[in-house]
Every structure is written in C-alpha cells, then in structure tokens.
Design a protein around this ligand. Structure first.
Ligand SMILES: *[C@@H]1O[C@H](CO)[C@@H](O)[C@H](O)[C@H]1NC(C)=O
Length: 209
C-alpha cells in the first residue's frame, strides 16, 4: 500500500485539469484550417473571448432577401472554437426570406423572439415539415437537410439559431443553381426548367452563362 501523501500526489496528477485542454479559444491571427483555428495561449485568454455582444445588433435587411444573418461563429466569437457549437441572429423585414438552404455540417435549433416566421425543412425522402412559428417557438432543422424561413404578418421578425458545429457551412440552393457560371443549357437539363426561367433567375441572382 502507498503512503497517503504519495497517493494524493498520484491522484492529483491523474485528475489535474491541466492534463487536458478545457477549451481552444481561436487564435484569429493565424489562418483557419478544416479542423478550426489554432488555440490561443491560455495565459492570453480572457473572459472577453467567451462573450460575444454582436447579436444585440439588428442586421441590415436592405437586400434582395429582405433578411440578414449575423453569425457568431469562431471567426467572430473565438471562444466557440473547438466546441462544436455556434450561433447566429436572423432579422427579417416584412417580406423577408432565408431561401432554401442547407448547413452540411450542423443541425440547427431556431428560436423566434419577435414576429411570426413560417419555417420548414424537407427530409431526404422528400417529406415536408413546415409550420408557422410565433415568439417563443423553437424548431429544429436536422443536419444537412434543406430548410427555409419566411417572414409572415405585419411586423418584422427576429430569430436566433444555434448550430451543432463551429462551422455549420451554408449552401443556398438558388445561388448554387443560378448564381454561378454553370452554363444555362446544363442548368436547364439538370433542373427541367425552361431557358427563359433560367436566364431570368441568373440575371436576378448574379449568374452568367
Ligand atoms: C444597409 O445596406 C444598404 C445596402 O447595402 C446600405 O445602402 C445602407 O446604408 C445600409 N444601412 C445601414 C444602416 O447600414
């Protein structure tokens, strides 16, 4: 049997939190990698790294979507780096929409805090799940599935989203189809849309070809 002091020393070395990192606050001075940012030296980490006030600001909805997304990902909120979690604020003017999109790397929970929003997603078997959400309602969008949010009613809406990744990724279907240089005949072939509609959408969404 070990004498008690040695036992305590042994236990403290096994249980010491310094043997594993509690967090990996992003070092924004170094480039990001697919695994996230490098960790800031713990001696330089402060409480400010774990607090982000950017979501208190109303986003600018003067754009084609009449909506704005303000992210709190690791580039903005260094403390979430490495924790598989992040957040965003969504502002919707009247008529605002976040068009059909996917976050390939994250599930999302979406909380309405103001106004009314019609939100939904489409499963990979093409079942559709959509509902009008009111203040206080929470909806989940499972990872990778196509989903959307549309403002309803006579007042602007605000929502907050939380993601199960520091880097959820974003692909908007309309931009993927009509906002790039994929030649129109090919877009028509792979979407079954006619030439007129494809050219019209490319013009609106900045596509060429
Ligand atoms: C919002 O964005 C529009 C279009 O980019 C710009 O003209 C306007 O000045 C912005 N408003 C504010 C308050 O930043």
């Amino acid at each position: 049997m070990l004498p008690i002091p040695f036992l305590l020393l042994f236990l403290s070395s096994v249980l010491s939190p310094s043997s594993a990192a509690d967090f990996c606050v992003a070092d924004l001075s170094l480039p990001t990698t697919p695994a996230g940012f490098s960790c800031k030296k713990e001696s330089t980490v402060t409480v400010s790294d774990f607090v982000f006030s950017g979501l208190s600001v109303t986003g600018n909805t003067s754009n084609i979507l009449k909506a704005a997304v303000t992210p709190a990902f690791s580039s903005q909120f260094a403390g979430v780096n490495g924790l598989d979690i992040s957040a965003a604020r969504l502002d919707f003017a009247i008529g605002g929409v976040v068009p059909l999109h996917t976050h390939p790397a994250a599930s999302e929970v979406f909380l309405v805090t103001q106004g009314t929003i019609l939100a939904g997603f489409i499963s990979s078997s093409n079942s559709v799940y959509y509902k009008t959400l009111h203040k206080g309602d929470l909806m989940v969008f499972p990872q990778g599935l196509l989903h959307f949010q549309v403002q309803r009613g006579g007042s602007p809406a605000v929502a907050f989203a939380a993601f199960s990744s520091t880097n959820p990724g974003l692909q908007i279907v309309s931009l993927a189809l009509f906002g790039n240089s994929l030649p129109s005949p090919l877009v028509e072939k792979v979407t079954f849309l006619d030439d007129e509609e494809v050219k019209k959408l490319k013009k609106v969404l900045g596509g060429t070809g």
